[in-house]
Design a protein around this ligand. Structure first.
Ligand code: GLU
Length: 484
């Protein structure tokens, strides 16, 4: 049988990394077995509806490279793929169960149910489960509002299997006669979910472990209809690590206080989509080898449900950054530059500088946003602390700096502005004066950049700044040094 999985997000406007992992494992389960990956939007909970939220889902799947085979935007043989467009479809299924004696109309009022609750009754007391045919007809004839409930077994046990958690047994007494159709004729979420999965031919259900406790109810429906139960793959929670007031490490459900938890937020922090996907793939799934960097093709080839762990995994931002750095290092020059371009643009850097910029930055960054930090010196040049000119290791101090800058400013002014010419000038000067290269390189770099740490050396800094700006800055620095 062809494997069919589905990603069934509710449009909340936000893609949590946990949801993204669910989507990824669904995608990989389908693709590893040559199957189909279906997108279904579960939007019937109107209270949670957020404008534009479905676009967040489409965009995320696209950027993440999780291409669906069927879905609201591309169609398919099992549509509609948006739950709100399927509302008419569910009630006949519930009516079928009523006819077969497996479900019943429940006319209990809200007040009665509230009273039960107040009196300490847990769940529903099955008051309408055994109404006579006459009583039911009378209530229907008088248009008494009703819900449809499933008749669940009163005794015994139910066992089901989950690929991650193994066999799970629960006592049937714990199962309430669940509502399938509400008084407004709309299905409950649990009912719609089962009807959708069955009618869409879903063979493998991957979802968060918070659905484990509802699974016996889903199975009771599959059994009532005589349908095959899908293979279940419930995923453990994703945790985060923090430190409490006493300095103790605390592990708790991943939330904003641990760091970004949204896919788009991570992208905005300079992580590459491929790196996020690679990292998330390993967040709960262990390959059989020590390999850590996987392309999507490799993930598809290697992914195996048996490698999913039931112990919650901890989201490790340092590890994600390491994976990201590996991807950045492996990028070809053109891709790196394309990705970095928006950052270069912010600093007004033109195309003729791209080659140099990328050569300098690619080996030095682990996230793209660091480009901004590394290039701040291009925009900002303030009255920096002149003690920066003093650097023991470079044998530089204020006096040597004044001497070097006094000689180098006119020489640089006369120069054809390119890296090689700048380097030759500075090293030639050092040789001539019998001083260390650093005695001239240090003050020129500091005098132009105004910060101690720059990406690249002296010549690179001057090229990025351009001739005019470099000389202007060097003169200002020399001026300040001599006046001090
Ligand atoms: N719409 C549900 C959610 O977003 C998905 C439930 C499921 O996968 O069965 O949590």
């Amino acid at each position: 049988m062809k494997i069919r999985t589905r990603f069934a997000p509710s449009p909340t406007g936000f893609m949590h990394v946990g949801n993204l992992r669910t989507a990824l494992y669904e995608f990989l389960t389908a693709k590893h077995g040559g199957g189909d990956f279906v997108l279904r939007i579960e939007d019937t909970d109107q209270e949670r509806y957020v404008e534009g939220a479905t676009d967040v889902i489409y965009n995320t799947l696209k950027i993440a490279g999780l291409t669906h085979d069927e879905g609201p935007d591309i169609g398919g043989d099992f549509g509609p793929y948006v739950q709100s467009e399927r509302v008419g479809l569910y009630k006949p299924y519930a009516e079928q169960l009523v006819k077969e004696g497996k479900a019943y109309y429940c006319f209990c009022t809200k007040e009665r149910l509230e009273k039960l609750h107040e009196d300490g009754v847990i769940g529903y007391d099955r008051h309408c489960r055994d109404l006579s045919a006459d009583e039911i007809q009378k209530l229907l004839d008088s248009n008494t509002p009703y819900v449809i409930r499933q008749k669940l077994p009163l005794t015994g046990e139910t066992t089901y299997h989950d690929c991650v958690y193994g066999d799970i047994t629960i006592s049937n007494e714990e199962l309430d006669d669940q509502v399938l159709i509400k008084a407004d004729s709309f299905p409950t979420y649990n009912f719609a979910n089962v009807i959708d999965d069955h009618t869409m031919g879903i063979t493998h259900v991957v979802r968060g472990s918070e659905y484990l406790s509802s699974t016996p109810k889903y199975n009771a429906l599959y059994d009532a209809f005589g349908w095959d139960i899908p293979t279940y793959i419930h995923l453990p929670l994703i945790m985060g690590k923090s430190v409490d007031e006493d300095g103790n490490e605390v592990i708790s459900k991943l939330s904003k206080r641990h760091g970004s938890t949204g896919f788009m937020d991570l992208i905005n922090e300079g992580y590459l989509p491929e790196a996020i996907i690679n990292y998330i793939a390993l967040l709960g799934w262990a390959p059989t080898t020590n390999q850590e960097i996987f392309s999507m093709e490799e993930l598809i080839a290697n992914f195996d449900i048996n490698g999913i762990s039931k112990s919650p995994s901890v989201f490790d931002y340092n590890k994600l950054e390491w994976v990201n750095a590996e991807y950045i290092k492996a990028m070809d020059f053109e891709s790196f530059t394309n990705y970095a371009k928006p950052y270069y643009d912010q600093y007004g850097l033109t195309e003729d500088k791209y080659q140099l910029l990328s050569e300098i930055l690619q080996p030095r960054i682990t996230r793209f946003t660091q480009i901004a930090e590394k290039l701040t010196f291009l925009k900002e040049f303030s009255d920096f602390d002149l003690s920066l000119f003093e650097h023991k290791k470079s044998k530089s101090n204020k006096e040597t700096s004044i001497a070097a800058l006094t000689d180098m400013i006119p020489a640089l002014e006369a120069l054809d502005w390119n890296s090689e010419a700048i380097s030759n000038l500075l090293t030639g000067y050092a040789t001539e004066k019998e001083i260390k290269n650093s005695v001239v390189m240090w003050p020129v770099r500091i005098g132009a950049a105004g910060v101690a740490v720059t990406p690249g050396g002296c010549a690179e800094v001057l090229i990025l700044l351009g001739k005019e700006e470099s000389l202007k800055r060097l003169k200002t620095s020399l001026d300040r040094l001599t006046k001090e």
